[in-house]
Design a protein around this ligand. Structure first.
Ligand SMILES: [Zn+2]
Length: 484
């Protein structure tokens, strides 16, 4: 570009933060990409970022939008529109979700359907992990095609009937992953132990949601983590452990890394901030925090923060998989309302999926978090003195972009990168309420918590999609990101 030609847009007077440093500078955007960082840059348009931090857009590589979960196929309440609007309003501009083939469907058929579903509605860029939910010859033969379609990470579940792999199958899967230089990402829990403990609680008449955490012990997660890491070592595969919650599991990751093995781990916001005391609430209320792994003890939370600081854990995700209270209660398969950018609409009544309240093991698992991740980690990380600004950027954006081969297109502010940017107000105080959030769910586990620091304006590929906290983007503008 000629020196005299102005850039499309210049973001002026902000504090630009990356995973490596913080500088006072203007950021110029042209053609949806970052064109320059400097002073006195000329633009056709300007955004004033005085007093604001200019951050790379958040990357949340663990979300479940519009996901028909379990045998009852209760669909997670955020679809590709409401979920990505919520993400954008919370400062996240890239999500990675999952493809899970049903019986009779090839992995690639499942991918194409899921990609088209997302592309029609998503307002930010998205990508997928392929669920390695069977290890038969046909699926193993599909691994190469899946990689060529841009999914270089494969999810393996050690728990959940229908999608989990046995150790023998997991070894085959990991060998295929290793052969193609891909990444295995693993949900590590001990399936047999969970099944036995569930059976025991139900037999004792313990059906309420408060019993859920008693069936998914931290030691079972740690055991499965160690087993997964051993299998990865045998197969020579790179492995990422999703939603680490227990100190013992983290220790296993640290030991593997100390031995030089290609192992990484993540933690969810809820496992940094919420304890298992929430299961002591009255009646069916704890259903809202029925998720796997469950919330843990304060000592585990402290261990997770320590892991983020010393590099034992690589980044923070949400595992966003919300269900409305009616869905958790068995009264609905799909959410009963849809929070659209223009207002909430009620959806058609439909038959319940459960007669009466479901027992704890039948409750759809998961919770909301896609919109509150960045402010919560900022507040409890940076404001609390646990993380530097660069740590915050690394843990919410850069590190995940790197692991999942999106970097340097995503996860940084540098010439040539996509202009996914967050103008973050470090002084804005917000008391979180479900009503004010865009997430399509009627509660948040962070209700009434106050945080200082909130995204004000968000750009995706140079386009302002959130302006002064209001969503102003267009439906379906998000693109599929191929990750070679
Ligand atoms: Zn998940």
């Amino acid at each position: 570009m000629a020196a005299s030609e102005p850039y499309d847009l210049v973001i002026q007077y902000g504090r630009v933060v990356t995973a490596s440093d913080t500088v006072e500078a203007d950021v110029a955007v042209t053609g949806g990409k970052i064109a320059a960082i400097g002073h006195g840059l000329q633009g056709r348009e300007y955004l004033d970022a005085r007093g604001l931090l200019v951050l790379p857009g958040g990357v949340d590589p663990h979300v479940h939008l519009q996901y028909p979960q379990g045998p009852n196929r209760v669909v997670s309440a955020d679809d590709w529109l409401t979920g990505t609007v919520a993400a954008a309003c919370g400062g996240t501009t890239t999500v990675i979700d999952f493809v899970e083939a049903r019986p009779g469907q090839t992995w690639m058929q499942a991918f194409e359907a899921r990609r088209d579903q997302a592309a029609a509605q998503a307002v930010i860029d998205f990508s997928f992990h392929m669920s390695f939910n069977r290890a038969d010859a046909a699926s193993l033969a599909e691994v190469k095609t899946v990689l060529e379609a841009g999914m270089s990470s494969f999810k393996i579940y050690m728990a959940y009937d229908g999608i989990r792999l046995t150790d023998a199958e997991m070894l085959l899967a990991l060998e295929a992953v290793a052969e193609h230089d891909a990444l295995a990402i693993v949900h590590a829990e001990n399936h047999a132990v969970i099944m036995r403990l569930v059976e025991r609680q139900l037999a004792a008449g313990h059906v309420e949601p408060r019993w859920h955490p008693h069936t998914r012990p931290a030691a079972g997660e740690a055991e499965a983590t160690e087993r997964a890491l051993a299998l990865a070592e045998i197969a020579g595969a790179s492995m990422h452990i999703v939603h680490v919650t227990a100190e013992r599991g983290l220790e296993a990751i640290r030991r593997s890394r100390a031995r030089g093995l290609p192992v990484t781990g993540e933690v969810c916001t809820q496992h940094l901030l919420l304890t298992d005391a929430l299961y002591d609430k009255e009646g069916f209320e704890p259903a809202k925090v029925c998720m796997a792994p469950p919330l843990r003890k304060p000592s585990d939370l402290a261990a997770m923060w320590a892991g983020l600081r010393d590099g034992g854990l690589d980044f923070v995700v949400t595992d966003h998989c919300p269900f409305t209270y009616a869905q958790k209660s068995g009264r609905r398969r799909s959410p009963e309302f849809r929070k659209l950018p223009g207002g909430t609409v009620q959806t058609d009544p439909e038959a319940p999926w459960s007669e009466g309240l479901p027992s704890f093991n039948q409750i759809p698992g998961g919770g909301p978090g896609i919109e509150t991740r960045m402010p919560l980690v900022y507040h409890h990380g940076v404001n609390a003195g646990r993380l530097s600004l660069s740590d915050f950027v690394n843990l919410t954006s850069t590190a995940a972009a790197r692991l999942y081969r999106l970097y340097p297109r995503k996860g940084t502010i540098a010439p040539g990168a996509d202009a996914d940017l967050v103008l973050f107000d470090p002084d804005r105080e917000v008391t979180i309420t479900a009503d004010a959030l865009h997430q399509n769910v009627d509660y948040t586990p962070y209700e009434a918590m106050t945080v200082k620091g909130w995204p004000r304006t968000v750009l995706s590929r140079g386009e302002v999609i959130v302006r002064e906290e209001a969503f102003v983007g267009t439906i379906g503008r998000g693109s599929y990101l191929s990750r070679p």
